[in-house]
Design a protein around this ligand. Structure first.
Ligand SMILES: Nc1ncnc2c1ncn2[C@@H]1O[C@H](COP(=O)(O)OP(=O)(O)OP(=O)(O)O)[C@@H](O)[C@H]1O
Length: 268
């Protein structure tokens, strides 16, 4: 039977060496991300009847905007061949950081530099529920910049990898969440990405699919891409990544070897 994981000691050493010497693909420099939330006010801002009357007299509206400082001064360098797991409690800023690396959120201050085009594969990656799997494969591949002949060449492989079988002819609205996640991953990984950002997309797949995805991520690293993976399942992170960043309240608490970082995180 084909061995998918774990890596042998020699492979781990080779991976560690290549990631230490690989050229940088993503540089995050003192990054701050601030969300502005309109229409949200705290209890004290709402105040009592007297302050409300004063606002009326002064013709002032209720304060409408609040800020959420989600990422607070994060810096690191990712290199070719790195698979970096991002862990942290709910609300620690993991998804925000991925979206910022993908260029979907403007920095409040600091900067993100990327070599090549980052692609974000999220739980809600833009596939259209009312269209069949087949149409979504075609459109998804076009959206990633593939040509019609490249799509034709990859089509069968995508369907095989996703394991959805004849459901490919059905609208995605009929898929279970695991089937949807598998198809999204199969489409996204059909292309060689310079920087692939995966946000919890593997969470709903079953064990067998997770193993295949881990192998695919490993291949992407070998083809000199960089993969970022956000997952609450720490086993997936430990088995897939060569480096882990632990975010806590928007800041990096620890960055390094997966076993060490996950060990410290579990004790915290
Ligand atoms: N669109 C948004 N508007 C305003 N605040 C947001 C928005 N998205 C996230 N936040 C806030 O930013 C902070 C970080 O959220 P983020 O989703 O990045 O955390 P996370 O670590 O990915 O959480 P989880 O593990 O629950 O997915 C949280 O305080 C959250 O409430």
């Amino acid at each position: 039977m084909e061995r998918v994981w774990p890596l042998t000691a020699e492979e781990q050493e080779a991976t560690a060496k290549s990631s230490a010497t690989g050229t940088p693909t993503v540089i995050v420099d003192d990054l701050h991300i601030v969300y502005k939330v309109y229409g949200a006010t705290s209890a004290e801002e709402k105040g009592n009847a007297a302050t409300a009357l004063l606002r009326l007299v002064k013709r002032q509206g209720r304060p409408q905007m609040r800020e959420v400082h989600a990422v607070k001064g994060v810096s690191f360098v990712a290199r070719h061949g790195d698979a970096i797991g991002i862990i942290g409690r709910n609300g620690s800023g993991k998804s925000t950081l991925l979206r910022a690396i993908a260029g979907l959120l403007p920095p409040h201050s600091g900067a993100v530099y990327t070599d090549g085009q980052p692609s974000l594969l999220g739980v809600n990656a833009a596939l259209m529920k009312e269209l069949t799997g087949e149409r979504n494969i075609t459109l998804g591949c076009y959206a990633m910049g593939m040509t019609p002949s490249e799509v034709r060449a990859k089509y069968d492989e995508i369907v095989d990898f996703s394991g959805i079988g004849e459901f490919v002819q059905f609208p995605m609205s009929t898929y279970s969440s695991g089937m949807g996640a598998r198809l999204r991953f199969a489409i996204a990984s059909a292309k060689v990405h310079d920087v692939l950002l995966i946000d919890e997309a593997l969470a709903t797949g079953d064990r067998e699919f997770r193993k295949r995805s881990q192998k695919r991520i490993m291949q992407m690293r070998e083809s000199a891409g960089t993969v970022f993976l956000v997952a609450h399942n720490l086993d997936v992170i430990e088995e897939t990544c060569n480096r882990v960043i632990w975010l806590h309240k928007g800041k990096i608490k620890m960055d390094g070897d997966p076993a060490e970082v996950i060990g410290a995180y579990n004790k915290a």
